[in-house]
Design a protein around this ligand. Structure first.
Ligand code: ZN
Length: 741
């Protein structure tokens, strides 16, 4: 057991990387998630305790990278060439697979028809994943750089993002790892993750990714590795760049075998033959099986196996002669657009949806397809395959091309302009919400001009289309924190016709419906009691929590708090002009004087942006908002600002540079009668205290409520000052602060 820390760290790293490899590369897990997490936690702790053990190749670094400001452009050691595509398996105007094969044979040795069967070189065909090409550079077995293909000559350094991909080895082990090894391959979005991420984006009102490749590209551009890690991208190796050891592999299939030994995943299935007929048959067989793969396969890469022959074949001005990519035809059909519906999503996003004459695509009849947004409706392609094709708006009666993205979501890819009927009606974007008639916000603003709009949203938080989600959000732990009002309860209450629950005010009227609630299955007396008590408590959260919980667009938690620091109550906030709400950055001195944080990011006075201030002001003064606020106030909901009060006392505290909490490290334990722990922590922080979760020799004060346990014992042992609740209240009272105010 008395193992040295460095030995244990090495052991843990091995175990974790073995588990990664088993899970992501071999699809044969060797430990449970729980075991993995606990080993990871042990390693994190060990590395924290012994900074000398830090290692960039440690599995702990897979998610540890800090967000970056941008990506550095790096020149590839060996250019990443583009590959010719072919869309036909036979002869086709010199561009089919057989045409390529004949050209290659000629170049390889001047073989004539009839002769080449004997001399035909071995070919390898492997499935082509629809992803993003990437070059990984290993030096002395360590991943030191990951570069996107870019223009082939130079690409972006996305190393921190690539490290989050668990099927990318950080450290290569075993015999004969070359000093320099560049592995090329494809970063891809597993289909299951693609569907999950798109569902989340839909719920968040963000635009959906068109297909997995598009999603992978978008993810790699993210500057925050933590976001990338959560996407669970995959990587397969399929080629080489610079390799310092000439004898590493002599053929493509040999290379792949070595890469597998080093822990990389490779493309499967794979066929190997000198007979082009067999290769064609394999491509057809892969095509039948491709929809069962966990990732999107869009074709097959066929290449000459021998590296020596590849070199002899060389390249044309455009691309290498020894390789070609066959692309499976995208499944596309045409049909007629009958009308466009305008759907309001859970977040208020309004999405145009095509209703079409039914057509069979990918085995199912498709009648509906997303049009994504009104920008695309106004600017659709007439040939999605050709970036230079003419563009047009989509009109009712148009013949449209539909495709399935990642074999999942049908979408309108383009318009067949020649078939447009005379006088076809334009699609009008709704100026008001089709569900509630509320105001609609267009992003980017003024999109009718140059920039095409990407989002159109109903900004009324009480829009019926969004009510369920908004209520659940409103009651959530991090918002109004209404105990007993989870998702299930919201749904259950809304099944009862006699219990109106459509607005935030309705929440605070639930106490009038206690009898009706008791008739619901699963709502016993105790549950109703807890719920009603939770609602009473939620009334006291104050202005910041209230407006931050309503789901007002551009008004999240931290922005709500910045506003609440500036206005003593709701009336004062409503009296502010749009100009007042626009952002102004304060000087450090001024920020300190006003009790605002010194962090420059938080020193903007309102927390709002130049573009978002008008939207927030617009909503606060809209008829639905006015009605909501009036009702909430009448129901006794606290609309005063706790932050404003705290900021003023902090400013006062800063003025006389003292106060009982200034500079102290404070820990709270046990249950307090008058304060919830979180608001109390924030209050004490505003009075200059540094809050901590655990007692140590550096703790200056422990506030102990009822049933305080081990922390109290420890503090007493260390001789830390301990206050009970009465002492706390007395001390706060001297500063003019009373609980609940
Ligand atoms: Zn609406």
């Amino acid at each position: 057991m008395s193992q040295s820390p460095s030995k244990r760290a090495a052991e843990l790293r091995d175990l974790l990387e073995q588990a990664n490899r088993a899970y992501y590369t071999d699809a044969a897990p060797v430990m449970s998630d729980k075991q993995y997490d606990s080993l990871m936690a042990e390693l994190i702790e060990l590395e924290a305790k012994h900074p000398a053990l830090a290692d960039d190749a440690s599995p702990t670094r897979r998610v540890g990278g800090a967000p970056v400001d941008g990506f550095e452009t790096v020149v590839h050691a060996v250019s990443m060439l583009s590959i010719d595509n072919t869309y036909s398996l036979g002869h086709d105007n010199n561009s089919g697979l057989l045409d390529w094969h004949e050209r290659m044979l000629k170049a390889a040795g001047g073989a004539d028809t009839g002769l080449f069967v004997k001399t035909a070189p071995v070919l390898v065909a492997d499935a082509k994943i629809d992803g993003i090409a990437m070059s990984l550079r290993y030096e002395s077995g360590r991943l030191i750089r990951a570069i996107t293909r870019g223009d082939g000559v130079k690409g972006d350094d996305v190393t921190n993002n690539i490290k989050t991909i668990r099927s990318v080895p950080l450290l290569l082990k075993g015999e004969g790892v070359p000093d320099v090894l560049e592995v090329r391959g494809e970063v891809f979005f597993p289909l299951e993750q693609f569907q999950r991420v798109n569902a989340e984006r839909e719920a968040a009102g963000e635009e959906l990714y068109l297909n997995p490749r598009n999603a992978a590209a978008g993810t790699l551009k993210n500057l925050d590795p933590a976001v990338v890690a959560a996407r669970r991208l995959g990587f397969v190796a399929h080629g080489r760049g610079e390799i310092s050891d000439d004898g590493f592999a002599e053929s493509h299939s040999g290379l792949l075998d070595r890469l597998v030994d080093l822990g990389f995943s490779i493309n499967r299935p794979r066929a190997h033959s000198a007979d082009i007929g067999e290769i064609v048959a394999a491509i057809e067989a892969f095509g039948k099986a491709k929809d069962r793969q966990p990732y999107a396969v869009d074709g097959v890469v066929v290449r000459v196996d021998s590296f020596a022959l590849q070199e002899r074949l060389g390249q044309t001005s455009k691309s290498p002669r020894w390789i070609v990519a066959y692309k499976y035809p995208a499944e596309r059909k045409t049909t007629v657009l009958l009308r466009v519906e305008h759907q309001v999503g859970k977040t208020g996003k309004i999405t145009p949806r095509a209703v079409m004459e039914g057509v069979v695509l990918g085995g199912t009849t498709v009648k509906h397809a997303t049009l994504h947004n009104y920008g695309r409706v106004r600017d659709a392609s007439t040939n999605p395959e050709d970036p230079g094709a003419a563009r047009t708006d989509i009109r009712i009666g148009d013949t449209v091309m539909i495709e399935k993205a990642g074999e999942v979501i049908p979408y309108v890819a383009g318009v067949v302009l020649e078939k447009r009927p005379r006088g076809a009606e334009k699609v009008a974007a709704p100026a008001r919400c089709p569900e509630c008639g509320g105001p609609v916000e267009v992003d980017p603003p003024g999109s009718d001009g140059t920039a095409l709009e990407t989002v159109r949203v109903c900004v009324n938080p009480e829009c019926p289309a969004q009510v369920r989600e908004k209520l659940i959000w409103f009651a959530g732990r991090k918002q109004m924190d209404i105990e007993g009002m989870g998702e299930k309860t919201v749904d259950l209450l809304r099944t009862h016709a006699g219990i109106p629950l459509n607005t935030f005010a309705d929440v605070f009227r639930l106490k009038d419906h206690a009898q009706a609630m008791l008739t619901l299955d699963g709502m016993g007396e105790r549950k109703v009691e807890i719920l009603l008590q939770g609602i009473e408590e939620a009334k006291t959260r104050g202005l910041a929590k209230l407006i931050g919980s309503m789901g007002i667009r551009h008004l999240g938690d931290s922005t709500a708090r910045s506003l609440a620091r500036l206005y003593p109550d709701l009336d004062a906030l409503l009296a502010a002009s749009e100009e007042d709400l626009r952002p102004k950055t304060l000087s450090k001195d001024e920020a300190r004087k006003r009790g605002l944080p010194e962090d420059p990011k938080e020193r903007t006075e309102t927390g709002l942006g130049r573009d978002t201030a008008p939207a927030v002001h617009g909503y606060l003064h809209s008829a639905p908002a006015r009605r909501t606020f009036a009702e909430l106030r009448e129901l006794g909901v606290d609309t005063t600002s706790h932050e404003y009060k705290a900021a003023s006392s902090r400013a006062k505290g800063a003025a006389d540079a003292s106060g009982p909490f200034a500079g102290k490290t404070v820990v709270i334990t046990g249950t307090l009668e008058s304060y919830e722990r979180e608001p109390l922590s924030r209050l004490l922080e505003s009075l200059g205290a540094k809050m901590s979760g655990s007692v140590s020799s550096r703790t200056s004060l422990l506030i102990a409520g009822e049933s305080a346990g081990s922390k109290l014992a420890k503090a007493t042992g260390l001789g830390v000052e301990v206050w009970d609740e009465a002492q706390l209240l007395a001390s706060l009272a001297k500063l003019g602060i009373k609980p609940g105010a």
